[in-house]
Design a protein around this ligand. Structure first.
Ligand code: GLC
Ligand code: CA
Length: 535
């Protein structure tokens, strides 16, 4: 690996922007494209990330807040228009930032004209673009598949006397990826955005795109406790062997990759698939590295937060990664609890050090750089359709407005009420207040991102875990040519001392103590829950 063979996306820190909550410029309480454009300097200079993943901004009835697309080639007026999108891309590129857009291939909105046509009659040309099936003889759904968001995955359509399949809401009918005309139409939709110069796609819910062609019933799940996933409620009562993840998905990924390669780039595919077994996960890079550039790795969201747990996660992934495959790590996103709430104060600071020093491209969720916490969302404030169905699963708490300043509505909007409430600690945890405070989360993230930019070892060096660490410490080395960086993380609530016989250097970053610049030789004292980077 060298600077010349290392591609932009292998060095990139990807920053996820949940568009509704980033910055509102027209006072309607909802974030928009111009809001992102307005904050490009913050993103590229103040913070120093490299690529933005922008969640869906397409026309949509908003049953699932944009993950129900009714037109793949336009912008919802709530977020702006195509000219606003072009301005964003131009401004981002000028500042050296890449733009990755969300693409939702598994399903459309039920209001998409394709579905309107498809459901109008059995004989229509686009009937087969969705999944329509006859009922069982007793009138019940064709099989036992469930919707992630609750209930059967089949919805009865009176007009044509068949059921249609929806892996998510009934307002999100699944597309039929075994139909070649549908595939071509979707690839053309990707080209539409590639022609507007996007640098890649975050591909939504891709494992659902290919199902068992025989559409067999899922077996029941006898082993609830062994599941690593957060409980999805009734959905977990089945093993999802047949309603997703059929190996034919590999062929679709190869075709999508070929579309990306029609363009100068590289333009990348970052796929959303929730697979926690590294051996299964890495299959989606493709046997010839011709599928997803990066199958998203959500392991850090679920791992037990111990030195042994985290080390095993990283070592197992490293061992499974085939030649030419490049890892990535996700520490937060719009479907999961915020890191600062899930892990706690000190732990989320060490998590930041970990995320930005592992070998692979990190994905950072907006607001996590402020240590933003889950907002309290009262039952009558719940907006997430999943939360409306199953309140304990609501994702609203991690989707609340970005806090920019201590002024009204945290500088997010001029409206009296943003679309979701602000996190309760916004008066302290906001960009303006944290900027001048050297102990703040934001200052820590800025130091980490600056160091990462300057350090080839951190961006592309090798990774090796060291056994030197005492119990509950995870110590690893990143190396590139002659540059060596050590990372030492103490997961325990007691101080620890590490023997570093062959190391002489200095502390580049501490997660929570003012000891940067201090020299280290021979041994290293780590505070409780402290994480250090040594250079
Ligand atoms: C993905 C998205 C999630 C959405 C779902 C259905 O998991 O991340 O937010 O609800 O797909 O599109
Ligand atoms: Ca707005």
């Amino acid at each position: 690996m060298s600077e010349s063979t290392h591609e932009w996306w292998q060095s990139a820190v990807v920053y996820e922007i949940y568009i509704r909550s980033f910055k509102d410029t027209n006072g309607d309480g909802v974030g928009d494209l111009d809001g992102i454009t307005e904050k490009i300097d913050y993103l590229s200079e103040t913070l120093g990330v490299d690529a933005l993943w922008v969640t869906p901004f397409y026309p949509s009835p908003m049953a699932d807040f944009g993950y129900d697309v009714s037109d793949y080639r336009a912008v919802h007026p709530l977020f702006g228009d195509l000219a606003a999108f072009d301005r964003l891309v131009a401004r981002a590129h000028e500042a050296g930032l890449r733009i990755i857009v969300d693409f939702v291939p598994n399903h459309t909105s039920y209001k998409h004209p394709w579905f309107t046509e498809s459901r109008s009659a059995r004989e229509t040309a686009r009937r087969d673009w969705y999944v329509w099936r006859d009922p069982r003889p007793d009138g019940s759904p064709p099989n036992n598949w469930l919707s992630v968001f609750g209930g059967s995955a089949w919805e009865w359509d009176e007009n044509t006397g068949q059921y249609y399949l929806h892996s998510f809401l009934k307002e999100q009918p699944d597309l039929n990826w075994r139909n070649s005309a549908l595939k071509s139409a979707m690839y053309d939709n990707m080209r539409f955005w590639l022609d507007r110069d996007v640098d890649g796609f975050r591909l939504d819910a891709v494992m659902f795109m290919m199902k068992d062609p025989e559409e067999r019933d899922n077996p029941s799940n006898e082993d609830q406790a062994a599941l690593m996933h957060k409980s999805l409620g009734a959905y977990d009562a089945q093993l999802h062997h047949h309603d997703q993840g059929h190996p034919d998905i590999h062929g679709v990924f190869r075709e999508m990759r070929a579309v990306l390669e029609e363009y100068n780039g590289p333009r990348i595919a970052l796929g959303e698939l929730h697979i926690y077994d590294p051996v299964r996960l890495v299959a989606f890079y493709g046997e010839r590295m011709d599928e997803l550039h990066m199958p998203a790795n959500f392991g850090l969201l679920k791992v037990p937060w111990t030195a042994a747990g985290v080390r095993a996660l990283v070592d197992n992934l490293e061992a499974a990664l085939p030649d030419g495959a490049w890892a990535n790590y996700v520490m937060g996103n719009h479907d999961d609890q915020r890191m600062a709430s899930k892990r706690g104060e000190e732990e989320s600071r060490q998590a930041a050090v970990l995320l930005l020093t592992l070998r692979g491209s990190p994905t950072l969720y907006y607001g996590d750089e402020l240590g933003m916490r889950e907002a309290e969302v009262t039952p009558n404030q719940i907006r997430d359709p999943w939360g409306i169905a199953e309140p304990h699963l609501t994702r609203d708490g991690c989707r609340t407005p970005m806090a920019w300043s201590p002024s009204q509505s945290a500088g997010f909007t001029s409206a009296d009420e943003p679309w979701l409430p602000l996190s309760s600690d916004w008066a302290d945890r906001n960009v303006a207040s944290q900027l001048d405070d050297p102990d703040s989360y934001l200052s820590l993230y800025r130091r980490l991102l600056t160091l990462r930019k300057q350090s080839p070892a951190l961006r592309m060096g090798t990774y090796r875990a060291l056994d030197a660490g005492p119990e509950q410490c995870f110590v690893y080395e990143r190396m590139h040519e002659t540059e060596r960086v050590l990372v030492a993380i103490n997961f325990s609530s007691e101080p620890r001392s590490i023997d570093l016989a062959d190391f002489h250097g200095r502390i580049a970053v501490s997660s929570d103590r003012p000891r940067e610049g201090g020299t280290v030789a021979g041994s290293l004292a780590l505070g409780a829950h402290e994480a250090l980077i040594l250079v």
